[in-house]
Every structure is written in C-alpha cells, then in structure tokens.
Write a protein that binds this ligand. Sequence first.
Ligand code: AQP
Length: 339
Amino acid sequence: MNNAQTSRVFSGIQPTGNLTLGNYLGAVKRFVEMQNSGIETIYCMVDLHAITTWQNPSELKAATRELAAGFIASGLDPEKSILFNQSQVGAHSELGWVFNCIARMGWLNRMTQFKDKAGKNRENASVGLFAYPTLMAADILVYHATHVPVGEDQKQHLELTRDIATKFNNDFDVNFFPITEPVIEGVATRVMSLRDGTKKMSKSDASDMSRINLTDSAELISKKIKKAKTDPDPLPSEVEGLNNRPEAKNLVNIYSGLSGLSPQVILSENGGRDFSKFKPDLAELAVSILTPISNEMTHLMKEPDQIDKILGNGAAKAAKIANPILEQTYDIVGLIRSK
Ligand code: AQP
C-alpha cells in the first residue's frame, strides 16, 4: 500500500455556537489561505464532535448552517474547497470505530482537552467526549490528509492522530496512513479571552464579553474591545516588554493577526501609547475586517436550503475520496466486504 503522496489539507470546526475571533484567526483565515494556494482542501463542520456534549437539536442545526455561512463569508469557496458536515459522510464514524480499537486507553487518558471539558465530573462525561480524538483522527486519515491547519489547543490531538496512524501501519505491517503534519503558524494560534489573558477565547465561555463573535455588530465589537481587560502600563516598544503581560500581549497579537503586521512593527509604532488610545485603533481594524463577513453571513443565512445544498454536494465529493480509503482499511484489518 502506498501513502498518499500529494498534499491534501483537512480541518474541522464544531458547530457549538458562534464562530469567534479565535476560530477565525487560528483556523478559518488560514483555511482560506491554503485554499487559495491551490492545495486540495477539505473543511468540515464536525457535528458528530459537537454532540459529545449535549446540544439542543434545533440550535445544532442552526449552528451548523451558521458555521457553513461563516466559512463561505470568510472566503471559502465551495467550488474550490470541499465543504460539508461530518455526519453526512458515514466513513468518518466507521473509521473512528476501527481507531477506537487501535488507540489505547492510556493515550486518551492523557488528553488535556478531555480533562478540561469533563472537569471534576469525569464519571458523568459521555464516552463520545473521551473518544473525541479517535474520531478526529478518523476525520483526517479517512482522506489521507497530509496537513491539518489548527490552533495551538489541538496540537495534542494531532500528535495522537500521528500515533494512531503509526500504530495502525505497524500492527498491520503496511504503509497505508500518512503521518499528518499539524500546521500551527502565526501569532494568533492561541487567541485569549478578553476577560482573562490566561484563558483561551472560546465559543462556549459563559461570558459573551470574553470573545468577539463573527456575528457581533460593529458597536458590540468596539464595546468588547474597549472593555477588554488590560494592565495600567502603556504599550512597550519591544516584544520582550509583553512578557508577563498576558492581556497586553493578547491585544497586540489580535492586532497582528488581523493586520498581518508583526508584533514588533506594531510596538515600534505604538510603544509608549496608553491602551485607551490603542484600543480604538484595534476596534476600528476589527470592525473593518469582521463587518463585511458578518453582513455576508446574514445574507447567506436567509437561504438555508441553499446552504444545505452546498453541504450535500460537499458531502458527496468527500465520500468519493473517503469511501475507497475506508474499504482498503477494512480489507487490511480483515473485514469481509461482499461485492
Ligand atoms: N482561542 C483560539 N485561538 C486560536 N485558535 C482557536 N481555535 C479555537 N479557539 C481558538 C481553533 O479553532 C478550530 C476549531 O475549534 P473547535 O470548534 O473544533 O473546538 P475548540 O478548539 O474547542 O474551539 P472553541 O471555540 O473553544 O469551542 P468550544 O467552546 O465548543 O470548545 C481549531 O483549529 C482550534 O484550534
């Protein structure tokens, strides 16, 4: 068996709420860059991952369509990238089961995302939440994807994906699954909460003021940035001056992620200024980039049938790639498939 030799990009996002600025800078913006660089790109709304914690059914459907609208409004083109929701391609779950039998309990026990999400009440967490990383490995490997753009928080899951591919190849003495490369690049791979610079900005944070949603109005974006936690000191002139100043560092990194300017260039221009002066500039920049996306999302959301059609077409294209890889996997493992 041969590894896939050509580059193929896969990544996914859970439809668990509004897309945040963290999702945008850490993931979606880079999805678009990869799409436009001409590599084959597959992007998925991972609804099966979303239900590892309870979701209101009608809200889940709405969030999946909204995520699709967010993808398209941000620049993902269904003609250039394959866009679909995970549950429409059964091969993800089927390969996920095989990987449940490859991954070891000890590996999954070390996953920090499970520990964070299960909290103190581990016994009450779903089996799906525990097995989340094996399904994620299947999402990636069912396409023989070679590169996965993600934020920093997904690094450990990507390492597990590599471990699963390696163990599968070793157990069955094949060179079948590629050893996928995570693509974690740039200064905005970990956008932090606006209320606490030590905590990741997250869709599911209880405080809406902790995050900027792609659907926020210009007024709300400005208000959230104005109220963002900072320390009393002015901005430093050098990047080293941001050490031990998590909130200051976060706002500079957000400016950098949105503008494409390096943190050092930003500090050279803004060193010595107070945050009361810097924040309006940041708000103006954020509004200028996010408002057109938000407007386009509102426009797309008016036609949910059109979104469903795009997802259905994407799923058919995805299944064409995934099904033969699943069939080969079953054959390697020794499962009979009647013709
Ligand atoms: N704060 C962040 N900074 C940079 N990247 C981020 N990502 C998420 N938050 C940040 C990246 O977005 C992609 C999709 O993430 P996900 O929806 O699959 O799950 P998540 O990482 O758990 O994201 P959230 O927003 O925190 O969702 P909830 O609250 O539902 O758990 C990933 O590439 C992730 O790295």
